[in-house]
Ligand binder design. Structure first.
Ligand code: ZN
Length: 185
């Protein structure tokens, strides 16, 4: 960060009084610019025994498959964000959302939250950010072509839990990948 979003003057890093971390502070208006993790919300949309995946039309991980998910916006709940992302990326409506995985990705300052959700119909299509959207049986999941580790992990949990029909909420963290310039999320 170089400039204050309030007044446009330069910022510099200080530890404000009573704080313990370096923050960007405006040299002119003294506004402290806090930077906090972003929440990514998504769904595991199901239709019968099949799961809906989207092939990404945008970077990062263009061409790879993902669960519909994206950054939460101000003014919405996490569940609404997950539904909106499913609508935007897969043109699909889901209901009966149940929180399922909460995965911290601290090396990129993100928290990914996925809900299990039921598709209301087979009426879906590729949204702006998708090349292709389709339903997969478990046997056909393209494990080596999944876009993000949080997606792989959520699907692993889902297929492990499904035979027993019990889906405990999973809260875990993804460790950083060593040796990659741009880590997979
Ligand atoms: Zn300022």
């Amino acid at each position: 960060m170089k400039f204050c979003s309030q007044c446009g003057h330069s910022v510099s890093q200080h530890i404000p009084q009573g704080d313990s971390r370096l923050r960007y502070v405006c040299d002119h208006c003294q506004t402290i610019h806090y930077q906090n993790p972003n929440i990514v919300a998504g769904c595991v949309p199901t239709w019968g025994t099949q799961v809906l995946l989207c092939r990404r039309a945008i970077e990062p991980r263009k061409g790879f498959w993902t669960l519909p998910a994206g950054f939460m916006e101000n003014g919405e709940t996490v569940e609404q964000a997950a539904q909106r992302e499913t609508r935007e990326e897969a043109c699909a409506e889901v209901a009966n959302l149940s929180i399922y995985t909460l995965i911290d990705v601290p090396h990129i300052n993100q928290v990914h939250i996925f809900y299990r959700a039921e598709l209301l119909s087979r009426d879906f299509a590729a949204g702006e950010e998708s090349l292709e959207v389709r339903l997969f049986d478990e046997a056909d999941i393209p494990w080596s072509e999944l876009a993000f580790r949080t997606v792989s992990r959520t699907l692993e949990c889902f297929f492990a839990d499904r035979p027993g029909q019990v889906y405990p909420v999973r809260s875990e963290a993804v460790p950083p990948l060593a040796g990659l310039i741009k880590p997979q999320q």
